[in-house]
Ligand binder design. Structure first.
Ligand code: KIV
Length: 286
């Protein structure tokens, strides 16, 4: 047995419901970000399809493929982090058929995910069931589901009307009955998040859903202040890494142009003997 702390599993996350200790999930998309999230003590790393915007430069999540997600899940998993690695199933990877959904979920597991996440409620129950039947833990995602951006008409708070709020609660209960181990609630009023949290026996993980959830998730680059994205009000910035990095690289640029880099200490010097042999002191030897 290794001395490394036990890795967190989906059942262990599910068992935290009602423990009073909030769950923390942070996205990561590569080895350095996974190492940071692991060392910071988070419970779960979400390799989110938000990689599309924060890393790959797309305007939305719709261009990301299963191959992209496999690539990023693999990079995170190779760090062997303690947090549960949750791989996001991208748009169109579970919308066409159950077989497709199971195969794509398996590809993320083979890349190193311990669970997959997919968006949507009642209309996704069949694929949720099929993935669960393949012994792959599934995390649900309700409220603002970014893969539905065109159908929703933009990125907006969901569940503001009574019928919409009830539909979210019904979807959450249906997903929990189906066996998902946890549920992301994105951009819903806090009262709706509280109703869902009180109605399901699995942990709810909020993003823009207020305090009444069993845990919180934020996007790595958002909380560290990396990237030009205009941030929604629910993001709290804990650092200004983009500004810090720009400043650091700018100082390097200035040092090179100003002749201050590299210094003598940052240089490999040849011996005087060798320099003489090469004629660098003007004493050419045959
Ligand atoms: O892809 C992602 O980062 C997500 C979170 C916003 C929950 O799905």
């Amino acid at each position: 047995m290794s001395g490394a702390p036990a890795r967190i599993t989906a059942p262990a996350v599910a068992a935290r419901k009602g423990s009073g200790e909030p769950l923390v999930m942070v996205t990561a998309y590569d080895a350095p970000s996974a190492r940071v999230v692991d060392a910071a003590g988070a419970d779960m790393i979400l390799v989110g399809d938000s990689v599309a915007m924060v890393v790959l430069g797309y305007d939305d999540t719709l261009s990301v493929t299963v191959d992209d997600m496999v690539h990023h899940v693999g990079a995170v998993a190779r760090v062997r982090p303690r947090p549960l690695v949750v791989g996001d199933l991208p748009w169109m990877s579970y919308h066409v058929s159950r077989d497709d959904a199971v195969r794509n979920a398996a590809a993320l597991v083979r890349a190193g995910a311990g669970a997959v996440k997919l968006e949507g409620g009642a209309k996704r129950l069949e694929v949720v069931q099929a993935i669960l039947d393949a012994e792959i833990p599934v995390m649900g995602h309700l409220g603002l589901t970014p893969q539905s951006v065109h159908a929703l008409g933009g990125y907006r708070v969901q569940g503001k009307r009574l019928d919409a709020a009830r539909a979210i609660v019904d979807d959450a209960m249906a997903l929990a009955d189906a066996g998902v181990f946890a549920l992301v609630l994105e951009c819903v009023p806090d009262g709706v998040a509280r109703m869902v949290t009180d109605s399901v026996p699995i942990p709810t993980i909020g993003i823009g859903a207020g305090r009444h959830t069993d845990g919180q998730v934020l996007v790595y680059h958002d909380l560290l202040g990396m990237g030009p994205r205009r941030l929604p009000k629910f993001v709290r910035r804990y650092a200004t890494l983009e500004a810090d990095a720009t400043d650091a690289v700018g100082r390097f640029v200035g040092d090179v142009r100003g002749g201050r880099f590299p210094s003598s200490d940052e240089t490999y010097h040849m011996t005087d003997e060798m320099a003489e042999g090469l004629g660098l002191y003007g004493v050419a030897t045959p």
